[in-house]
Write a protein that binds this ligand. Structure first.
Ligand SMILES: [Zn+2]
Length: 151
């Protein structure tokens, strides 16, 4: 039987299946493309999309302590425990800033409120520039550490 198989003529146009390594690379590339497409089309986590516009499997933020990583990652994902968030989760009686009774304590307000002295935005009244200022801080690990120390 084997002798019979070797007697077949060799077809140069015969399809040779790719090896396992090539197949895994193609699968990874396809999955990353689909993930990126889905990520690009989502409307949530807008700070984070500016911070990390390209999806990948790498760890995006590390710090010396687990607590710092958690706190900064929550801020980067815009899911920090501000009163606004706690109120929506029914974990707080109101959503107002403790120092500014008329202001809702969103994460942006928490970080930029001059009473908290976390991020100095004095002189910046444009909310888009305030947001860009926060994102600039969150993109820099040294500035993130300073932010963590002032929380
Ligand atoms: Zn305030």
């Amino acid at each position: 039987m084997a002798k019979h198989a070797t007697s077949f003529p060799i077809d140069d146009n015969q399809h040779v299946p790719p090896d396992r390594k090539t197949v895994y690379k193609r699968i990874d590339k396809l999955m990353m493309t689909k993930w990126q497409h889905k990520y690009d089309n989502t409307t949530i986590k807008t700070w984070y999309k500016q911070l990390e516009p390209i999806v990948s499997n790498k760890i995006k933020f590390t710090a010396k302590t687990r607590h710092e990583e958690n706190e900064i990652t929550r801020i980067r994902f815009e899911c920090y425990r501000s009163r606004d968030t706690l109120y929506k989760m029914k974990q707080s009686n109101d959503d107002k800033c403790a120092n500014c009774p008329t202001e809702v304590e969103t994460l942006t307000h928490l970080l930029t409120c001059h009473h908290n002295n976390i991020i100095d935005t004095s002189g910046i009244t444009d909310p888009h520039r305030q947001r860009d200022n926060i994102i600039t801080i969150l993109a820099d690990s040294k500035k993130c550490h300073q932010l963590y120390l002032s929380l």
